[in-house]
Design a protein around this ligand. Structure first.
Ligand SMILES: Cc1ncc(C[n+]2csc(CCOP(=O)(O)OP(=O)(O)O)c2C)c(N)n1
Ligand SMILES: [Mg+2]
Length: 579
């Protein structure tokens, strides 16, 4: 005890242990439960990646930062912890930025940490190595952006980044760490004391009782109610409450793409197979973590039965400014989804009257008709494999392996997979999200495998796959249980376009015919399969699931089968001109 009280001698001061910026960053992350970092090394963060690994963090090293960023975003969505992407300065930072912006758009919590060059030189624009004012560039593209200049502020910087990513509506955060910071040293005791373990980073937000009452009154009076589940509802991890809300109210529901599986798609109250009918006819729609953006035709127009009587909305959202962004919201319910749904459930007892049979019966009738039509189409086995005959196989595979995570991108490949492949469990479907962005495939697949340990099946258009295809090496390097199925129709949308100029070049949407994507996986030691029939596809999928080996199945799809832009042809300017 007396030693602690005695003054520190000069020699003791010299030998007092110090801690540097590298170590403080690592300890700040670990203190906050971060165990995995997705990144790509280089100046000035190469040593940081090495030291992270030495300190027990899992460092997943990618071939391009965009995919590391997408992996971080998907990890954030799946775990409610911010996914971390680590990049070098300027070009590496910019490569990660698309993923950061996409994460923010999709409300996925992630932190892009980039090393940066000398502030003094950057600010005077004197031409440093990879000179760029990264903080200024990141700011408009993410939820928050911070820079740490002093080692003693690392704890605060990391804490602020975590809070910003997770609290309220989650999103992407940029954290700028200049090269000089890593080498800074300070007293180890003081340094460690400066770190912050963030307490309650995503505080619950309890809805106001009058807002709950307003929502319930509206729901009670509905003749044709509908619940719309968005990916916010999937992120919230209050699966039992959401299921109870649907089942206790008896209200039919529609899941948005990444909310599929919150309740099994085969649930009696799923209205997916009668989507157009319910959107058009519903009189009261309760949005749960879903925004009325373009994916829902902004809540108006023909899709929503314009002119067929009033439609009223209840909107559960954590952001108080989401309501009224497209149409009037009669009953906004602001709070975290778990708290809002629980508050509603408190008033929904045995005396709750379920929706009129006229409404549920009409939905069931349409569902049955559409589902049997779909079953007929899926049972066909055309001579050349097409989207339907291939997806009938994928559908059965997912049914038999409901815990597997499905990653999905493309145009036709996306649209058909979404509607044909039923999901049975929450957060098992990751896709192109709000932007309809291509390139998330391999990053999402790596993250899903790394953070869940489950099998991953990535259903990829051949164009979509190309954006992140090099990451099959990453999948092989970490020996991840990922099976990529490339729906190879020789191009973007289809492979039959012709050059309107009549020249030697193929059309802009057409690729090399009969490409062997399977050989890409084989180049790195994985399993490659060339499948031209549903039976071959089925066999390869079963083997991949059983073995867990990195696998790529080149599924040859009829090149005439797709439609321009999949289901969103109407958004093409040429189509708009014809209207
Ligand atoms: C980053 C990005 N670039 C371009 C696009 C435009 N785009 C939409 S779908 C698509 C590819 C569709 O082709 P494919 O993946 O082969 O699917 P298919 O329709 O052939 O099944 C492209 C390039 C996009 N959505 N995102
Ligand atoms: Mg294609």
């Amino acid at each position: 005890m007396s030693a602690v009280l005695s003054p520190v001698s000069a020699s003791e001061q010299e030998t007092a242990p110090t801690i540097d910026g590298f170590q403080l960053v690592i300890e700040a992350l670990k203190l906050n439960g971060i165990d995995t970092v997705f990144g790509l090394p280089g100046i000035p963060i190469t040593d940081l990646t090495r030291k992270m690994q030495a300190e027990g963090l899992r460092v997943i090293s990618f071939r391009h930062e965009q995919h590391a960023g997408n992996a971080a975003a998907a990890a954030g969505f799946l775990t409610q912890k911010p996914g971390i992407c680590l990049t070098v300065s300027a070009p590496g930072f910019l490569n990660g930025l698309t993923a950061l912006a996409n994460a923010t758009t999709n409300c996925f919590p992630m932190i892009l940490i980039s090393g940066s060059s000398e502030r003094e030189i950057v600010d005077l624009q004197q031409g440093d190595y990879e000179e760029m004012d990264q903080l200024a560039i990141a700011k408009p593209l993410c939820k928050a952006a911070y820079r740490v200049l002093h080692a003693e502020d690392i704890g605060v910087g990391v804490a602020r980044a975590i809070r910003s990513a997770l609290s309220g509506r989650p999103g992407g955060v940029y954290l700028d760490l200049p090269a000089k910071l890593f080498a800074q040293s300070m007293d180890a005791v003081k340094g460690r004391a400066s770190l912050i373990k963030v307490v309650d980073p995503a505080p619950r937000q309890i809805p106001a009782p009058d807002a709950v009452k307003r929502a319930l009154d509206l729901l009670r009076g509905a003749k044709r109610p509908l619940i719309l589940l968005g990916k916010g509802a999937a992120y919230a991890q209050c699966d039992a409450e959401i299921r109870a809300l649907v089942e206790k109210t008896g209200i039919p529901y529609l899941p948005m793409s990444m909310a599929k599986g919150l309740l099994p798609d085969t649930h009696a109250l799923s209205a997916s197979a009668a989507r157009s009918y319910v959107l058009e006819q519903a009189d009261v729609v309760m949005l749960v973590g879903a925004r009325l953006n373009w994916l829902l035709s902004h809540g108006k127009g023909k899709t929503w039965g314009a002119g067929q009587g009033p439609k009223q909305f209840i909107q559960i959202d954590i952001s108080p400014i989401e309501a009224d962004s497209n149409v009037a919201i009669a009953a906004p319910l602001v709070g975290d989804i778990g708290s809002c749904v629980s508050a509603l459930l408190g008033f929904i007892g045995p005396s709750w009257s379920k929706p009129p049979a006229e409404w549920t019966g009409a939905i069931a009738e349409r569902k049955d008709k559409n589902l049997s039509k779909m079953a007929e189409t899926l049972a066909k086995n055309p001579p050349t494999m097409n989207f339907h005959s291939a997806l009938a196989v994928v559908r059965n595979t997912v049914k038999a392996n409901p815990e597997a995570i499905v990653v999905n991108e493309g145009a036709n490949t996306l649209d058909f997979t979404r509607s044909i492949v039923d999901m049975y469990e929450p957060r098992k479907r990751l896709d192109v999200g709000t932007w309809g962005i291509m390139g998330i495939g391999m990053g999402f697949a790596v993250a899903a495998a790394v953070v869940t340990g489950k099998r991953v099946i990535a259903i990829e258009g051949d164009s979509a796959f190309g954006f992140s295809g090099m990451e099959v090496e990453t999948i092989c390097r970490y020996d991840l249980p990922v099976c990529v199925v490339v729906f190879n129709n020789n191009g973007v949308y289809k492979g039959t376009d012709v050059n309107l100029g009549g020249g030697k070049d193929v059309a802009p949407t057409v690729f090399v015919k009969n490409a062997r994507y399977d050989m890409m996986m084989m180049a790195f030691g994985g399993v490659g399969v060339h499948a031209t029939t549903p039976a071959e596809l089925d066999k390869a999928l079963k083997e991949a699931i059983a073995s867990g080996k990195p696998t790529l199945i080149n599924a040859v799809i009829d090149e005439t089968a797709g439609t321009e832009s999949g289901r969103i042809t109407s958004l093409n300017p040429t189509a708009a001109k014809k209207k």
